[in-house]
Design a protein around this ligand. Structure first.
Ligand SMILES: [Zn+2]
Length: 300
């Protein structure tokens, strides 16, 4: 069964009117249940992650500042969020959701968190709506607590997975692959193991051809035992922050390519949502919902 992490905290803790569209975290499971793609049994509610698991990927200094609310004004501004204890609780719940999903994926081959993909969080700082890096923390959890020793991160959000690249810079057990808008945030990119920068207005064909070629070649050369997939939908043409011209059909085909590649190669996959900032909330929810629909269709 497809296990999906969701907790009511996912959708709370920002002042209304904040530009980060938290409402999608409620609308996505609502839509999926309404249409019958999932039911309540698919959902589980993660609890708060323990501090020791956070420290596998973040410095104690940064975590103490986050926990105690002692980020400088500038550090707080860089996170993109007004600081609150509830926001840190939300993030801790999401990150535990990604750990739990990784373990479910080892059992059931696939699992999804209805949040996460917080790839701009560095070991020592938060940035761009990301406080703790759920991909890094879950990957380190697998490396430290299971037999898994070779992990591939496929980051297809339109923004580079700079925090993840920084955290695993010197760790050869984790291969970071990021395909992103060349001119998008962050302006100063980190070095992933494989970066595929895209020109403005890259369309479906260009996008999917590049993904197909690079995904196959990295799986063949690295032979991963587990894949984390950051499935941000800010690659869509009508995204406010993206600069690409990928259509909703192209975005769905992207998901199909990654999910069916894992299925065919028998590689467990854990998916987290990543960004999505289209003008229409309906487009955002629909694009994210496709990721869940395809996961059900391909695996179950
Ligand atoms: Zn993004």
């Amino acid at each position: 069964m497809l296990k999906i992490a969701w907790n009511e905290l996912y959708c709370h803790s920002l002042p209304t009117g904040h530009r980060f569209p938290m409402i999608k975290y409620n609308l996505i499971p609502e839509q999926l249940i309404y249409e019958g793609t999932i039911n309540d049994e698919n959902l589980f509610s993660p609890i708060l992650i323990q501090e020791q698991d956070i420290l596998s990927s973040h410095t104690r200094e940064y975590w103490e500042k986050l926990k105690n609310g002692t980020l400088s004004k500038r550090e707080e501004r860089n996170t993109g969020f007004p600081y609150s204890e509830e926001l840190v609780m939300r993030e801790r719940t999401i990150v535990q959701g990604s750990i739990d999903c990784s373990l479910f994926a080892l059992q059931n081959r696939i699992s999804i968190n209805v949040a996460g993909g917080t790839h701009h969080a560095y070991s020592y700082k938060g940035e761009g709506f990301c406080l703790l890096n759920d991909i890094a923390i879950a990957a380190n959890y697998l490396l430290n607590h299971t037999e898994i020793q070779k992990i591939l991160v496929v980051d297809l959000d339109v923004h580079q997975g700079d925090g993840t690249a920084e955290i695993f810079n010197n760790d050869h057990r984790v291969f970071t692959f990021s395909m992103h808008g060349e001119k998008n945030f962050p302006l100063k990119k980190q070095k992933s193991d494989l970066d595929v920068p895209l020109k403005d207005h890259a369309d479906d064909k260009e996008y999917l051809d590049l993904l197909d070629w690079n995904l196959k070649s990295v799986i063949q050369s690295f032979q991963p035992e587990f894949i984390f997939y950051q499935a941000g939908v800010d690659i869509l043409k009508n995204d406010k922050l993206g600069r690409l011209d990928v259509s909703p059909v192209g975005c769905k085909e992207r998901d199909r390519m990654v999910i069916s590649t894992c299925h065919e190669n028998n590689i467990p996959i854990m998916i987290n949502m990543g960004g999505g900032y289209s003008h229409s909330i309906r487009d955002i929810v629909e694009a994210h919902a496709n990721t869940f629909r395809l996961s059900q269709e391909i695996f179950f």
